[in-house]
Design a protein around this ligand. Structure first.
Ligand code: FPP
Length: 250
């Protein structure tokens, strides 16, 4: 879909995914504890939801806590979980005001019970909303998600509900946590790292990747516009060749 930003027409990615990296370094530069950076990262995220919707993006998915992040100190993990707790307390009200729908992906069953029930409450309270489709990945790992999808498909095969010949890309996609979402068109990773770190491994197959040195707490509307400009400079071919006269698709 096309959109006009500051008087210029751009192709707007339908689904933007972000690896919000650099909170710790942002805090360190200010001689502050890492938790301060995560709190600022949470504020940047709230602003990002507003900005990205006004830029014309429909789906926005962020990596808040990975299956590997449990390796961090108890203090840091508790801090991130408390930011999440506080965020969830007011999320339903905020989302409903903005017509925003919130979903959570990842294995939530190991999260504290109060967080699990808040997640459920927000998802239920916002499920009718047709504005920004906002998804937060918590205790999420792409391999873990694929493993859980495979186990669920295998169970359906065992129960005779599915035959192995039925296992298509579509069937796999429908068993992933993101079953309701289109694949991302653009992945942004902040803070200079150029890896996908186990994020949306299946779903990013044809996404464009935008890496920037900006640390997540500093990533603002202008940074999103730079990412959209970069996206517009790319030539997406999905494995084909531009201007092919005839496709030999089987
Ligand atoms: C990566 O930066 C960031 C995280 C692992 C946590 C992201 C969490 C938030 C932004 C909190 C808000 C979440 C919600 C849903 C309200 P890093 O710590 O790896 O930074 P570094 O690489 O500079 O150390």
């Amino acid at each position: 879909m096309q959109g006009v930003i500051d008087g210029v027409t751009y192709e707007i990615p339908n689904h933007v995914a972000v690896i919000m990296d650099g909170n710790g370094r942002w805090a360190k530069k200010r001689l502050m504890p890492r938790g301060f950076g995560h709190r600022q990262g949470g504020k940047a995220l709230e602003q990002a939801c507003e900005d990205i919707w006004h830029l014309g993006v429909k789906y926005f998915t962020v990596y808040a806590f990975s299956t590997e992040n449990w390796k961090r100190s108890v203090e840091e993990v508790t801090g991130i979980m408390n930011i999440l707790r506080n965020y969830l307390k007011t999320a339903a009200e905020r989302c409903n005001r903005e017509n925003m729908r919130m979903r959570v992906i990842g294995d939530r069953h190991v999260l504290d019970e109060d967080i699990q029930s808040e997640i459920h409450r927000v998802e239920e309270a916002t499920k009718q909303n047709t504005g920004l489709q906002f998804t937060v990945a918590i205790n999420y790992g792409g391999r873990d998600e694929i493993r859980r999808a495979m186990a669920s498909i295998a169970k359906e095969v065992e129960e005779g509900k599915l035959s192995s010949a039925d296992i298509s890309d579509e069937v796999i996609a429908k068993h992933l946590d993101t079953w309701e979402l289109p694949d991302p068109d653009l992945l942004i990773r902040t803070s200079g790292e150029e890896r996908i770190s186990n994020f949306l491994l299946w779903q990013l197959a044809y996404a464009e990747f935008y890496f920037t040195d900006v640390l997540w707490p500093d990533f603002d509307r202008d940074c999103f516009i730079d990412a959209i400009k970069y996206y517009n400079s790319r030539d997406r071919r999905y494995g084909g060749v531009k201007d092919a006269k005839q496709s030999s698709k089987k």
